[in-house]
Design a protein around this ligand. Structure first.
Ligand code: 5AD
Ligand code: SF4
Length: 456
């Protein structure tokens, strides 16, 4: 099929974390407000944006290889504009255009809202100025005011509550790519969520690099924010990510418990390493014992809690015995889901300069062992859901199927992805689903006949 380029058609290619996905939604909305429309393939676009995260090494390479694949399109359509945004734009700035001259513009994580202006400036370059634009400065002095901008927010959407990070974990590039930590005023978040509810949103995930250090201008913390959202809005579900163990406190756990079922019983609490010496070298601000104490506090207050975590293997200086501490922590806590990564040295970070870097082969081998061990326990852990009836918020219906019973997908309060059969009208509702098959990645289930009203 031959695709023709659409005037003012944009295509955004996104890699990375939820924060990046959320930024891409914002870019799309800003572009639509500036009369651009989304297209399905890069071939149809007159504007291509690559929005990539740089938290681990690969995404930076990916940007360069992706730009390379767009080269042919640019040869065919010299009017095609190519931009790079997000963390990679913030980190690499002018370097990107120097290395890949087919890139027309670069913008950063704090300059997303100037995207329409950048495009106007590209069309009408000020006299004597170059046609290339790099706008990636941090707006340090500006307060953090970002209303959620999503054209189609769907059933579940992200709401930024903090940006940036001041923790400076020694492995992490985020303080350099997203700048100093700032919080949105509580009043703004409340009215944002009210607007989203009117647009059909049932679930919000409060988003930030370290949501536990949220502090509104009125002094409210994350627990206060969640309590107010639960009590003063009709939002059906509230989630939050990412949490930092050192700031996760009793008040938050108590509010989570008291606000159930609106606040979901799922917590993503990255521990990174199970060894206290490594944690110190990571500048994480807690020991293995303190992390376990937090977990005990959480489990005591919320007995039905479901936990997931992030782990780094092969951090500089990590010995086999340190790695064994990571394996044992995964078992001891019983994480149902883990996100594990090989340590990757990042620009500007302290750990990149540590001399005792771990061999790549050793990192890969440790990562494999970690996943193998986790697979064994995860299948066991999720078996307990078989036969249980979970409350599933239906997010999607199969668009190709017709008839009274079609494939539906939703998430349980425990953040489990569940596939089952039901009616298209259930999208946006919470329905009971009895789990028939539970694997770590996805559950299958069926709606009890009493609820389905004769559907199955
Ligand atoms: N190398 C490997 N993993 C990293 N992460 C952050 N920085 C690095 C790095 N330099 C992981 C951490 C973090 C997750 C989002 O990415 O586990 O929690
Ligand atoms: Fe990075 Fe640490 Fe901040 Fe998380 S808390 S974003 S790992 S510096």
């Amino acid at each position: 099929m031959i695709m023709t380029q659409r005037e003012k058609g944009f295509y955004i290619s996104t890699y990375g974390c939820q924060m990046n996905v959320n930024d891409s939604d914002r870019m799309a909305t800003l572009l639509e407000m500036a009369d651009y429309s989304p297209v399905q393939t890069p071939e149809e676009a007159s504007l291509i944006i690559i929005n990539s995260c740089s938290i681990r090494e690969k995404p930076v390479h990916k940007v360069y290889s992706e730009v390379g694949t767009f080269r042919k399109l640019k040869e065919k359509n010299p009017n095609l504009k190519i931009g790079v945004g997000g963390c990679v734009g913030q980190q690499e700035k002018e370097k990107l255009i120097k290395n890949q001259p087919i890139i027309d513009f670069v913008f950063g994580t704090d300059t997303i809202d100037s995207l329409p202006q950048i495009l106007m400036d590209l069309e009408n370059p000020p006299e004597g100025r170059s046609q290339k634009i790099v706008r990636a400065q941090f707006e340090h002095r500006q307060p953090y005011h970002v209303e959620t901008l999503v054209t189609n927010p769907g059933i579940s959407t992200f709401v930024n509550i903090t940006k940036g990070c001041d923790n400076f974990c020694t492995f992490c590039v985020v303080p350099y790519t997203r700048g100093r930590e700032k919080s949105r005023p509580l009043k703004h978040i409340m009215s944002d969520v009210q607007t989203l509810i009117k647009r059909g949103v049932k679930e919000v995930t409060l988003l930030g690099q370290n949501v536990n250090s949220y502090e509104s201008d009125c002094g409210a913390d994350l627990a206060d924010l969640m309590r107010q959202l639960a009590q003063q809005t009709s939002i059906e579900r509230i989630r939050f990510t990412t949490s930092h163990p050192k700031d996760f406190d009793q008040k938050l756990v108590d509010v989570m418990y008291a606000s159930q079922p609106k606040v979901c019983e799922y917590i993503h609490l990255p521990f990174q390493s199970g060894n206290s010496n490594i944690l110190e070298r990571m500048n994480r601000g807690y020991t293995r014992e303190q992390y376990l104490e937090k977990i005990a506090m959480i489990k005591k207050a919320i007995p039905n809690v479901v936990l997931s975590t992030d782990i780094i293997v092969g951090f500089p200086g990590e010995t086999e015995s340190d790695f064994q501490d990571t394996l044992s922590l995964v078992k001891e806590v019983g994480f149902e889901t883990i996100f594990a990564f090989k340590y990757s040295p990042r620009p500007n970070t302290k750990a990149a300069k540590f001399e005792d870097q771990v061999d790549e082969g050793v990192k890969s081998e440790r990562l494999n062992r970690l996943f193998e061990m986790h697979d064994e326990i995860a299948f066991e852990l999720v078996k307990r859901y078989e036969g249980q009836t979970l409350k599933v918020l239906v997010e999607k219906a199969d668009t190709l199927m017709e008839g009274p019973t079609i494939k539906l997908t939703g998430r349980s309060t425990q953040n489990k992805l569940v596939h089952f059969l039901g009616a298209r009208e259930w999208v946006g509702s919470t329905v009971p689903v009895t789990i028939t098959k539970a694997s770590p990645a996805v559950f299958r289930g069926e709606v009890p006949a009493t609820f389905a009203g004769g559907l199955n």
